[in-house]
Design a protein around this ligand. Structure first.
Ligand SMILES: Cc1cc2nc3c(=O)[nH]c(=O)nc-3n(C[C@H](O)[C@H](O)[C@H](O)COP(=O)(O)OP(=O)(O)OC[C@H]3O[C@@H](n4cnc5c(N)ncnc54)[C@H](O)[C@@H]3O)c2cc1C
Length: 291
């Protein structure tokens, strides 16, 4: 089912889950187990990230098309500009269309390992906005995009830039946005107020990162620019040697965060599952959002 149809059906809040393509067959088996477990809460859509290298990109294609073929879950394929010409992207879109994939999350992508800044290849795209325009012009897909309530690390004017480009993404054909994760809801509230003032009317779905392993999330956050508030660090660091207590605290914190977002009218909750089901199942259960 197309994302714009899912969004237009008016069911709120939507629940969606994101997965990444594992590097090994064993990892892929684990992913399928995780997907099956999460299918129990009937997410409104599931998305699969797209890596910078060839083999994980192949896995994304395989996983997305298998989800479409073998499950009732609407898949969203992430697609980036990294290392791809417009012909490469056109060929992949054709392949997705032939397999009945209807939804693309269009991104610029992060620089591949070993490079410190993004560089478009000759004949490729510079920004997510270029990719969105290209997909929209070719037609046949509902398009989602990314946005950053705390500002993308490369945006010189912080959130104001991200809001300007978010509106541009909407004007170029995106019908929904999913945010980078954040832990302080005030960032989302203030971002949404400014986005609405700038004319952003499409649903902006907050990305939720349940904390199962705090040191890992602290590393991710340093790279992607998500702030770890002091209160969170103080609560999580003493639990470093007690994984069960850390997971329980992570579930409790994310449940409270989600409850506040839903009460404030967030159109959905997009869970960064990291290919693990337990925390997302518990949070969705606590919120009573299972279908
Ligand atoms: C929900 C979500 C899913 C993600 N999935 C993946 C994934 O599957 N694979 C992956 O590699 N990465 C993924 N990422 C990470 C993402 O690729 C990085 O954050 C990347 O650095 C920026 O991608 P973008 O699409 O937001 O880029 P853009 O929107 O192009 O923004 C990148 C920078 O350029 C600026 N900018 C944007 N448009 C313009 C313009 N038209 N002119 C000038 N400047 C502009 C922005 O202000 C920003 O600083 C994801 C991020 C999110 C939030």
């Amino acid at each position: 089912m197309r994302l714009d149809t899912i969004l237009g059906a008016g069911r709120r809040p939507l629940v969606s889950c994101e997965f990444f393509p594992p590097r090994t067959d064993r990892g892929e088996e684990n992913l399928w187990r995780c997907l099956e477990e999460l299918a129990a809460i009937r997410p409104d859509f599931v998305s699969v990230t797209y890596g910078a290298g060839g083999s994980t990109q192949d896995r994304t294609r395989r996983i997305v098309t298998r989800i479409r073929r073998e499950t009732a879950l609407p898949p969203v394929a992430h697609l980036t500009c990294v290392g791809a010409t417009r012909e490469d992207i056109a060929a992949l879109l054709d392949e997705y269309r032939a397999h009945g994939i209807e939804n693309i999350l269009a991104l610029r992508g992060d620089p591949p390992e070993g490079m410190d800044r993004f560089e478009a290849v000759a004949g490729g795209f510079e920004h997510a906005t270029d990719l969105i325009a290209f997909i929209h012009e070719r037609g046949g897909f509902a398009i989602a995009c990314a946005t950053y309530p705390e500002g993308h690390p490369e945006s010189p004017n912080g959130v104001d830039d991200d809001i300007r480009y978010l509106k541009m993404k909407q004007d170029l054909g995106a019908s929904a946005a999913i945010t980078q994760y954040f832990f302080d809801n005030s960032a989302w509230f203030s971002f949404m107020e400014k986005a609405a003032a700038a004319g952003v009317t499409m649903p902006v779905i907050p990305g939720i990162m349940p904390i199962v392993n705090f040191p890992q999330i602290a590393r991710f956050s340093a790279m992607c620019g998500a702030t770890i508030p002091d209160w969170l660090r103080k609560r999580m660091e003493p639990l470093a040697d007690d994984p069960a207590a850390m997971m329980a605290a992570g579930i409790e914190i994310a449940t409270e965060q989600c409850r506040e977002l839903v009460d404030a009218g967030a159109p959905g909750l997009h869970f960064y599952t990291l290919n693990k089901s337990a925390a997302t199942l518990a949070i969705v259960g606590n919120l009573g959002l299972e279908r």
